[in-house]
Design a binder for this molecule. Structure first.
Ligand code: TYM
Length: 340
């Protein structure tokens, strides 16, 4: 039996190559060796201001990107988080073993709290507890994510330890775990592209919140990819010292999208001080366009089949519910919450 794991993405509408290289690519590579359960985590997305009328399209577009990138519903489960209410129920159980001080020290929470001040809601504070629930419901042993999610993963591991030690099974082997622990401690699985930086502000990670010029979307047409890369920050030219963050980012992208020969060629030009960034960007654009081309074509074809997308999501969510319901029952049993 393939081991299971959950990973997910917030439905922001347009997935970018950071999401692709940091998460989705690993999901696809692992599809045959693990049973992946991939969530469109809409309950996470509502913790920040959003327009309700936009949410259905955001969810639909995320599903399109998942399938177009290569997730196969015959091998993996695709779900909408709010269709599987066991996620929020499990989050409540986990919140009872999570000290508030643990969630208050999560870097993304601290940053959001600084930005939003009095508008910080309970959802933002308990965000990582819901994420832990997503992960433990499927007894995930690994979680492929980008580097920015590591603090959340570490917290999940702490929550797992807390739950396991508080509610260790008296029966030991009953759930297939020697120690009587109900949940495995999940390990982060980092891909080669686990931290892709913004094209325009390369000290920050590529993110939708920095605006369309800082990222390349999976659905961007070739001319848009060329334009965005042409504007990517590099440095003013060869000079001694350390490689600038923008240039480093371009070389990283090149290592992920281009051949070794291409990378070596431009690295040599860089080392000799003869690099022309416009040439490098053009070649990188060619390689990104040819890599993303099939995804874009599939996306276009799938967008004409909304009924199929709906079916995949509903069937996936139902399948996930069967697994989730069982784990939730085990957790409740440990907690003395099964009465009849
Ligand atoms: P989200 O929606 O911000 O991002 C989805 C995935 O993309 C990765 N990622 C990146 N990787 C490399 N470079 C970047 N610039 C970059 N930007 C984003 C993220 O690390 C992530 O893997 N809290 C999560 C969603 C979530 C989840 C889960 C993930 C909810 N429950 C359970 C795993 C397991 C989030 O907001 O990801």
């Amino acid at each position: 039996m393939r081991q299971r794991y959950f990973s997910g993405i917030q439905p922001t509408g347009e997935l970018h190559i950071g999401n692709y290289l940091g998460a989705i690519k690993s999901w696809i590579e692992l599809q045959d060796s693990f049973e992946g359960i991939f969530g469109i985590v809409d309950y996470h997305a509502i913790t920040e201001p959003y327009k309700p009328e936009d949410m259905p399209k955001r969810v639909f577009d995320t599903a399109l990107d998942y399938l177009a990138a290569g997730l196969d519903p015959n091998k993996s489960i695709l779900l909408i988080q709010s269709f599987v209410p066991e996620h929020t129920e499990m989050a409540w159980l986990l919140s009872s073993v999570t000290p508030v001080s643990w969630v208050e020290r999560v870097p993304t929470y601290k940053e959001k709290a600084r930005q939003l001040k009095t508008q910080v809601n309970m959802g933002l504070l308990s965000y990582p507890v819901l994420m832990a629930a997503d992960i433990v419901l499927y007894k995930s042993t690994i979680v492929p994510v980008g580097e920015d999610q590591l603090p959340h993963l570490e917290l999940t591991r702490e929550i797992v330890r807390s739950f396991n030690s508080k509610y260790r099974s008296k029966y030991g082997y009953k759930y297939g775990s020697k120690s009587g622990d109900i949940f495995p401690e999940p390990q982060a699985y980092l891909a080669g592209g686990s931290r892709i930086m913004s094209l325009t502000e390369p000290m920050k990670k590529m993110s939708k919140s920095l605006g369309a010029h800082n990222y390349i979307a999976l659905a961007d047409p070739p001319d848009v990819i060329r334009k965005k890369l042409a504007k990517a920050v590099t440095d003013i030219g060869p000079g001694g010292g350390e490689m600038s963050p923008g240039t480093k980012n371009l070389f990283q992208l090149m290592s992920l999208f281009s051949s070794k020969e291409t990378c070596d060629h431009f690295k040599q030009l860089y080392d000799e001080g003869n690099i022309r960034y416009s040439d490098m960007k053009q070649k990188l654009a060619d390689d990104i366009i040819s890599d993303l081309g099939p995804i874009r074509d599939r996306r276009l074809a799938l967008s004409l089949r909304p009924e199929y997308i709906r079916k995949v999501l509903i069937e996936g969510s139902n399948r996930a519910r069967e697994i989730a319901r069982q784990t939730l029952h085990e957790a409740k049993e440990r907690m003395g919450l099964t009465y009849f």
